[in-house]
Design a protein around this ligand. Structure first.
Ligand code: M6R
Length: 411
């Protein structure tokens, strides 16, 4: 069942290029949509006639090590919500829990930046208890791997009671969430067995990007250069994720060395779309390694978290692109300098070619250059590997962490 991997986590981390490719292909609903032995693969509700041919080179889908997981165009799917309805929404609200919430935090950037629609993100467990302002002009997007998370379901029901339309992003075909939603966009991660979410997260990101691109297109923003660039880069993401996976041995070594050093706390810093990546990295480490881990927005460092920095504290920093986000990049390099000056052991996730970080980094993990909002798809992978390896080095069972259930079906 584990396909030769030591744990389901290893298997599911390795499957990510295929899962991303499958989710992209599922968007077009083509006849050759991938078979990934997933309940989530059957009958995705993309009832749009006249879809373009998916134009996929599927030669690589069976092997995570193969080179050409390309998908030509993410511009030809449908959400099962009419274009007019999508134009009429004046607000989008993402609701989700845990890792899926982190996907929602990234989605907010994509929806506002590409489609120019106001977008909020809320923990599903908080949503209905504060009387959110919802009406028929609000599109609520509920994101859930299992489709059975009680808080997310209750958020969906609350939104529908207020007259809002709900789009489910879900990995499990026929689960409660898509059955109760007005429309569904399935992710095609295949079954995720390990409790800690990995491939489901990457495919949730892909689905969120597809929603944002689709909104941009129907609302007349599809031709803008940054939207076109993002659509093009999204199609190439399976290969980019695969490249990251191929370079993970130094990350494993680092994790093992930290476990040996008796590290108790790890901080994660990021900003813009790197902030949800930092949150996700910290969540993985808590879940798997049972370590104190916190994710912070790097701009908040001076407002409190820097007091935690002491000699030898590992701090993982997700660095924005120097090319696409020079201002944020320079600010975060200053943050790295500040924490290094206070003795932190800096682990820097940086774009290939970003040399400015090198003087201040104890460890540099390289990720490919991609459109700036897509960076979480590559930057999250090293953090998954890091948490998994650190947990194993500390002697933990990574597939079934203590106290956690795969699906939280109670409030
Ligand atoms: O099935 P869901 O996506 O609704 O689950 C939401 C969270 O319970 C889930 O993402 C949880 O945080 C994971 N264990 C994280 O790895």
């Amino acid at each position: 069942e584990k396909g030769g991997y030591a744990t389901f986590m290893h298997k599911e981390i390795a499957e990510q290029p295929r899962a991303v490719a499958a989710t992209l292909r599922g968007w077009t609903g083509g006849d050759d949509a991938p078979r990934f032995d997933s309940p989530g693969l059957d009958a995705p509700r993309f009832d749009s006639p006249g879809l373009d041919s998916p134009g996929i080179d599927s030669s690589g889908l069976d092997s995570p090590r193969s080179g050409s997981l390309r998908f030509d165009s993410p511009c030809s799917g449908s959400l099962g919500i009419s274009d007019q309805a999508l134009r009429d929404f004046d607000k989008v609200v993402f609701v989700a829990c845990g890792t899926a919430f982190h996907a929602g935090l990234v989605a907010k950037h994509a929806v506002e930046q590409w489609a120019r629609v106001p977008c909020e993100v809320e923990l599903a467990s908080e949503f209905r208890y504060r009387g959110p302002l919802l009406d028929a002009r609000t599109l609520v997007v509920a994101v859930s791997q299992s489709g059975e998370t009680m808080d997310t379901l209750m958020a969906l029901r609350h939104a529908r009671e207020q007259g809002s339309s709900v789009l489910a992003i879900c990995n499990t075909n026929g689960s409660t969430l898509p059955r109760e939603a007005d429309a569904v966009l399935y992710t095609h991660a295949g079954p995720e067995v390990a409790v800690a979410s990995t491939k489901a997260f990457l495919t949730q990101l892909v689905a969120c990007y597809l929603v944002a691109l689709h909104l941009a297109r129907v609302r007349g923003a599809g031709a803008r250069a940054e939207v076109a660039e993002a659509a093009r880069d999204l199609a190439a993401m399976p290969g980019a994720v695969e490249r990251v996976l191929a370079g993970m041995e130094p990350v494993r070594e680092l994790a093992r060395s930290l476990a040996g050093a008796g590290t108790g706390t790890v901080l994660f810093l990021g900003r813009h779309v790197g902030y949800p990546v930092a949150l996700e990295g910290a969540l993985k480490l808590k879940e798997l390694a049972y370590m104190h881990a916190e994710g912070f927005a790097a701009g908040e460092l001076k407002h409190g978290p820097i007091a935690l920095v002491e000699e030898g504290l590992p701090v993982v920093v997700v660095v924005p692109s120097p090319r696409a986000q020079p201002v944020l990049h320079d600010k975060i390099v200053s943050n790295i300098q500040e924490i290094r000056a206070r003795g932190a052991r800096t682990v820097v996730i940086a774009e290939e070619g970003d040399e400015a970080v090198v003087p201040y980094a104890d460890h540099v993990v390289r990720v490919p250059v991609v459109a700036p909002l897509l960076a979480p798809l590559v930057a999250t992978v090293p953090l998954q590997v890091f948490a998994c390896e650190l947990a194993l080095a500390r002697g933990h069972e990574v597939d079934q962490p203590r106290n956690l259930a795969k699906s939280v079906t109670v409030e």
